[in-house]
Write a protein that binds this ligand. Sequence first.
Ligand code: C5P
Length: 219
Amino acid sequence: DIKETLAGKTVLITAGPTYEAIDPVRFIGNHSSGKMGFSLAEEAAKRGAKVILISGPSALNIENENITLIRVTSSKEMFTKVFEFYETVDIAIASAAVADYAPKEIAAQKIKKSDNSMFLELVKNPDILKTMGEKKSHQFLVGFALETNNEEENAKEKLTKKNLDAIVLNSLQDEGAGFKKDTNQIKIITKSEILDFTLKSKKAVAKDILDFVESKILK
Ligand code: C5P
């Protein structure tokens, strides 16, 4: 029996990878499955929230009357969609693995192979989460970080730089945590605390994250 602890709240979640087109048939992407974001969406919906799930290309699907699933491809599309809704939401959780760079130009035709080496110029994508932090008013804003060194220090720096309320640190050190896996091992970091969780299913991790958010926003 689930209590509708998030009834009346709207939650925006970004999920999955982004694909940045190189030409009509190729892209730059990553191995993000979208599992963490979809698990968060499902758990928030169970708790009675209205969920806007904005996902890059993912094999996952979700049907729930409380969830509006918006599929996007590139980081620029994700950016546009996020800011169509951002002002109206109570909680925003950025779990998408957004590409940091995209090709400067998308070739109109399939690029033919010719020389032994080729050069592809990339330009930085807009940081969706950082922009959410800049525009933050009433929203409780949660980001993710995946670090391979100085994990806590780097995550804390992101927390400050992006003006977040909390950052979820994914550990890559642990067997079973991260991309494409069904499990994850996290720490939730705020300005004043570090909460350490054990390795568990992404569904269970979603519960921990939302329990934490509720502990901060519900009086
Ligand atoms: O700076 P870094 O990419 O490590 O930060 C990761 C966090 O920022 C994640 O929450 C990710 O969803 C978000 N992000 C974003 N837009 C980008 C890059 C990262 O929303 N262009």
